[in-house]
Design a protein around this ligand. Sequence first.
Ligand SMILES: CC(C)(COP(=O)(O)OP(=O)(O)OC[C@H]1O[C@@H](n2cnc3c(N)ncnc32)[C@H](O)[C@@H]1OP(=O)(O)O)[C@@H](O)C(=O)NCCC(=O)NCCS
Length: 171
Amino acid sequence: MHGRGETQVRAGAETDLTALTDLYNHYVRETAITFDTEPFSPAQRRPWLLSHPKDGPHRLLVAQGGDGTLLGYATSGPFRTKGAYATSVETSVYCAPEATGRGVGTLLYGALFAALADEDVHRAYAGIAQPNEASARLHARFAFRHIGTFAQVGRKFDRYWDVAWYQKDLR
Ligand SMILES: CC(C)(COP(=O)(O)OP(=O)(O)OC[C@H]1O[C@@H](n2cnc3c(N)ncnc32)[C@H](O)[C@@H]1OP(=O)(O)O)[C@@H](O)C(=O)NCCC(=O)NCCS
């Protein structure tokens, strides 16, 4: 575990499923940060959770407050499914809405990339729906660089949204 104050970062577990689903559903319902448009039930979200084992390139890390509250999570997952893409991952990070702007995202990404350091991962990619200053700054802090923008690639809440893609070179 990695701690900062009372906040602990650890691998996500099935016992986190409901809290993880609730946190994500907030962004599904309220924002275009994710392009999912329908909220998930915990059961629907379970395959996603199980697709992140405790080792290997595809990880799920959670940040937990001293009182046990889920403060956020970070993941690495397949970038695309064809075999040659196996050395690339897509990463994402979500803090609970009341836990943003106080270092939780930095803590999670720090732990995620520390965990990936010994894995056969060469590139990490993140797609950031525009605008998202906090996410752009977090990714810049972790040496992601902007490599291009897909203009109006998604439609949510009756309007189109751009996604800026960022790349981080791992090894
Ligand atoms: C994006 C997110 C993960 C960043 O995590 P965080 O814990 O809020 O950020 P931190 O406190 O670790 O700060 C990281 C950087 O973001 C900046 N930042 C944080 N909140 C900010 C805000 N509201 N506006 C502008 N910059 C902000 C910090 O100043 C810091 O920048 P620096 O490294 O240049 O000093 C978090 O805000 C979040 O979950 N947002 C909603 C979901 C989301 O957008 N996820 C990313 C999808 S691509």
